[in-house]
Design a protein around this ligand. Sequence first.
Ligand SMILES: NC(=O)c1ccc[n+]([C@@H]2O[C@H](COP(=O)([O-])OP(=O)(O)OC[C@H]3O[C@@H](n4cnc5c(N)ncnc54)[C@H](OP(=O)(O)O)[C@@H]3O)[C@@H](O)[C@H]2O)c1
Length: 315
Amino acid sequence: MSSARNVLLIGGSGFIGRHLAAQLVEHGHTVTVATRNREAHRDALLELPGLALIEANVHDAGQLAELLPRHDAVINLVGILQGKAADFDRAHVRLTERIVNACAAGGVSRYLHMSALGADVNGPSMYQRSKGEAEAIVRASSLAWTIYRPSVVFGQGDSFLSLFARLLRTVPLLPLAGSTARFQPIWVGDVARAFVAGVEQPQLAGHTLHLVGPRVYTLAELVRYAGRLAGHPRPVIGLPDWAARLQASAMQLLPNPPLSHDNLDSMKVDNVHAAGFAPELGWQPAALEAIAPGYLGSEQRLDALRQQSHTPVQH
Ligand SMILES: NC(=O)c1ccc[n+]([C@@H]2O[C@H](COP(=O)([O-])OP(=O)(O)OC[C@H]3O[C@@H](n4cnc5c(N)ncnc54)[C@H](OP(=O)(O)O)[C@@H]3O)[C@@H](O)[C@H]2O)c1
């Protein structure tokens, strides 16, 4: 192992952050995770030795400046999939600007930035445009930055395959928006490993790393696969765009909509990278088929058990 680093992880309480925090700790690094709500996340994260979970408002320049000292590297994983233009601007663009400025002012030069495959200032969705604007801010900075662009990320605790598997348990068939959109899913273990490499290898500075898996799938193929693995192989029926738009309009009325018009806009461009997984990293990413059977089936069994334990006993 290379020498231990003190890493500040912003947006580290979510799906990818938890896997990354665990790998950083395994590699002997000291990790501070900044969250907006410490109580909500203390469960699994606090079990890691060498990890401090700190409640902070990272949008506040003063609080950000207080967090930075004694850290060798800052990782920004903050991201949202839903919201209005102002929400994307705040979470992706303005926050990146604040973090980059705070790093420059605080003398922390190593900055690892989570973007997304398809990030593009001229992209079809607010998500892609705001991710593209954030990348431009990072590239224009004086920091030793590395930008990460994953396709859709799968693994234990994801809200992608696991979500569809759960959904297929409860419906006889699934009408699916964006069914022909193409993705190149990447395992969260490889994404986390790529960030650990960024912390340990200064030569990755100045690189934009595309994180994609070995194969391309349509969304319908992925959803059918999730259903089969979870033991609920249901028919998946692709919706035409007008029907997908109606579905998104209805779902946008829910508190945490699983689908938005912006998501549909994102799917107008394929989420694939023909050149494959970042050659700078020097390893081959895991195949979906090697990982997904290991967690999808067991997550579904646990869900079923939890449901049984909430079902009143009949006398
Ligand atoms: N999952 C994927 O398939 C995928 C694919 C490509 C790119 N990405 C990118 O990878 C990053 C992490 O994704 P994830 O799946 O781990 O997401 P996640 O589980 O939703 O976690 C998002 C994190 O961002 C923080 N956050 C959200 N909104 C925020 C806001 N307004 N201000 C400050 N912090 C905020 C949350 O922190 P607290 O709630 O603790 O404050 C949380 O830790 C995101 O940037 C995402 O765009 C993900």
